[in-house]
Design a protein around this ligand. Structure first.
Ligand code: SF4
Length: 700
């Protein structure tokens, strides 16, 4: 018998599907897609439809705080008072001795907005350091910089509803058929109903998204900027540009024109490994469309030139005037459920809350005044890779890791292991005993999971949802906001005595008033009673804002969108050579999520891609004497992986692929793709270069 039902949002990807959760008399939950939800209209992908297994299975949950007094002792159960007093004492003592920058927080795009907000307020406002970064650095930071450089602010211009109004889609560096399935269903449906709709996919792999496309440009990894510029060149030469839009609403076009004519189509074709006529064809499809949407994800962002890839792609929307109108615009796809919400509250080392800039003195003063503190430090915080470098060098002594598993997800895992081992004090705030990070924790704090706490999240299209609490957390697990606020009070800080998540949301919402992300007209009551809203939600747009820039006024000082010229069209990753002749790219598989601490619990999600395999082209397999199913050893300058080979012509010659989800399996770390990846980062976005590592492959 069903006791009650609630509406909530899926806790996996940034699509943000609506879910109805039903609970029986034994408190077991069931899930189904919410037919009334504007995002998924009742559909759920394999991960979403199996969420109840994760919610009902508490077998791996951390139930009470655990602590060790020294590294030579095992961790033991302690009370919350003992745990948080110790955390506060250690943080106070390190700050007194080494200064505020000797401590750091590393949080997650899976954190709720209220959690992100409090962690930022605590760190930047009260601990006196900007050392708080997030795993969103690993997926979104290049897109953030791209939007800021082009539109003046981190602003996704469009909605999913624009999909049904578009007639050409360019999907690049993304495989939404697997990674954003419900979004992709909407594109499939759009094409089924309108066969003239065109889909172009740019990817070195023949993914399911590429197989669906009208045109697949199978480029050589790292050559994206050259390819987008070549498309821009073809658009210009064919007269398929919007001169009026360029003249009246953009700046920097002359510099862009110069750059796109520096490389001929023939040269670009050779560099990218894509036939010139396919580049020309893509330009025609884009240039002749009435509504052009570009979509991208990690293939662009996770690159040493991620910022340049982003701005070069955004230039294609500007040259065609395809922004601020129905069915048109650039659309970055977020991998995590609340990557947008985290950015809104300043959840990165270089940001401040409500999209204010850490580098701007007036912004720092405004935020400090709002929080009632003397000042915000002007020193930029350490970004993800910099933070772990600083732990390894001893510059940072204590780190607090919440809701993320860097031992598997960060590049160059062996270096992360060394950094964690060298840290003086590691706090891990987690739900699962399976998180590899726990091996290094001095203090483990059990956190409440999805359905066990309330709060809000923002999906990829700026849509804010309220997630209610429906079940009790097991054991002594507590919501993350409670843990952060309790710690802050034990540190002696004022301003953390909230009566629940709603008060935190209200404080944040009041802080947004008058900004471009104003949600001062949105509160928990409206979210509970009226459903989801896209920001801004203010006195002029009390029902939210599905599309930005319809007035063609952008957030730059000139109110014009900016053509950015790439600092280099060359991929500056470490090149292949005789020792490491192949390019390794990494990514996700359809039914797994991040480091599998949740999806790894669901048996039926293991059938699609049960074990990590190396995808390798038949030519490379032949040259390296590898047969299908052989155990292969993949080596890079950083480490080794041993997995079976899957020979497939779905991957381009010269490129191999490994899935990124697997960490330690049966005490072996040899499945872990990030043993191999390098720590190079984009100089502006500081996002790591996961998609390009030179490797060798041999039969083991
Ligand atoms: Fe959840 Fe994303 Fe699947 Fe929707 S598409 S059900 S948000 S994982």
């Amino acid at each position: 018998m069903i006791k009650n039902e609630i509406k909530t949002t899926c806790s996996y990807c940034g699509v943000g599907c609506g879910i109805i959760v039903k609970k029986d008399m034994n408190n077991k939950v069931f899930v189904e897609g919410d037919k009334d939800h504007p995002v998924n209209k009742g559909m759920l992908c394999s991960k979403g439809m199996n969420l109840h297994y994760v919610a009902n299975d508490t077998s791996d949950r951390i139930l009470y705080p655990e602590m060790r007094w020294s590294r030579s002792h095992p961790r033991e159960r302690v009370s919350w008072d003992t745990a948080l007093d110790r955390a506060a004492n250690v943080f106070k003592s390190i700050i007194k001795k080494h200064g505020s920058d000797a401590v750091a927080f590393y949080v997650s795009g899976q954190s709720l907005t209220e959690e992100y907000y409090i962690a930022n307020k605590l760190t930047k406002g009260f601990l006196g350091t900007n050392n708080i970064d997030t795993n969103s650095r690993l997926c979104m930071s290049s897109a953030v910089v791209g939007y800021k450089k082009t539109f003046g602010e981190d602003s996704v211009p469009i909605s999913y509803d624009d999909i049904e109004l578009a007639d050409t889609f360019l999907i690049t560096g993304a495989n939404p058929a697997w990674c954003h399935p419900i979004l992709f269903r909407r594109i499939e449906k759009r094409k089924e109903e309108n066969p003239k709709v065109k889909v172009i996919v740019i990817d070195p792999r023949k993914t399911d998204s590429a197989k669906f496309a009208d045109l697949h440009l199978q480029l050589t990894p790292g050559t994206d900027v050259v390819l987008y510029n070549a498309i821009g060149r073809c658009l210009y030469k064919s007269g398929l540009i919007d001169e009026d839009f360029i003249k009246n609403h953009t700046q920097g076009f002359d510099g862009y024109k110069e750059v796109i004519f520096e490389t001929t189509l023939k040269q670009a074709s050779k560099i990218c490994g894509v036939p010139a006529k396919e580049i020309q064809k893509a330009a025609e499809m884009i240039g002749l469309s009435k509504g052009f949407i570009s979509m991208w994800a990690m293939g662009l962002n996770q690159s040493v030139i991620g910022t340049d890839k982003n701005t070069s792609l955004l230039n294609l929307s500007l040259i065609t005037g395809q922004v601020g109108k129905p069915g048109a615009g650039p659309f970055s796809l977020t991998g995590q459920p609340n990557a947008m919400g985290g950015r809104e509250v300043g959840g990165m080392a270089n940001l401040l809350a409500v999209h204010k800039d850490l580098g701007n003195e007036e912004h720092r003063r405004e935020v400090a005044q709002f929080w009632g503190v003397d000042k915000i430090s002007a020193k930029p915080g350490l970004t993800a890779t910099e933070l772990f470098d600083a732990l390894e060098s001893g510059k940072v002594k204590a780190v607090w890791i919440a809701s993320t598993n860097p031992l598997v997800s960060m590049p160059n895992s062996h270096q992360i292991e060394k950094a964690m081992a060298k840290s003086k004090f590691v706090v891990v705030q987690e739900i699962s005993h399976k998180a590899d990070t726990l091996n290094y924790a001095d203090l483990v704090l059990p956190a409440a999971a999805w359905l066990e706490k309330e709060g809000t999240m923002t999906n990829s299209e700026r849509r804010i949802s309220y997630l209610p609490k429906e079940i009790e957390a097991p054991g002594e697990a507590r919501p993350d906001v409670e843990i952060f606020c309790d710690f802050a009070q034990r540190m002696g800080f004022r301003g953390f005595n909230y009566n629940g998540a709603e008060e935190i949301y209200d404080e944040y919402a009041s802080m947004t008033k008058g900004t471009n992300i104003d949600v001062s007209f949105l509160n928990y009551d409206r979210l509970k009673n009226e459903g989801t809203f896209q920001w801004p939600v203010n006195e002029y747009r009390s029902k939210g804002t599905p599309r930005l820039f319809e007035d063609k006024k952008f957030y730059t000082p000139s109110q014009k969108a900016i053509f950015n010229v790439p600092s280099t069209i060359e991929n500056t990753s470490v090149k292949t050579n005789d020792e490491f002749p192949l390019i390794l790219t990494t990514g996700r598989v359809r039914d797994q999520w991040h480091t599998m601490t949740k999806t790894g619990k669901v048996a039926r999600l293991k059938t699609h891609y049960p074990k990590p395999v190396l995808e390798i082209n038949p030519v490379d397999a032949y040259l390296n004497k590898i047969k299908d199913g052989d155990i292969t050893e993949i080596k890079s300058a950083n480490g080794v992986v041993r997995v079976r080979a899957k020979i497939t012509d779905e991957i381009k010659e010269g490129v191999v692929f490994l899935p990124m989800h697997w960490g330690k399996v049966l005490n072996s770390n040899l499945n872990r793709a990030n043993n191999l990846t390098n720590t190079h980062i984009d100089p502006v976005s500081k996002e790591p270069d996961f998609k390009f590592t030179s490797v060798s492959v041999s039969k083991y």
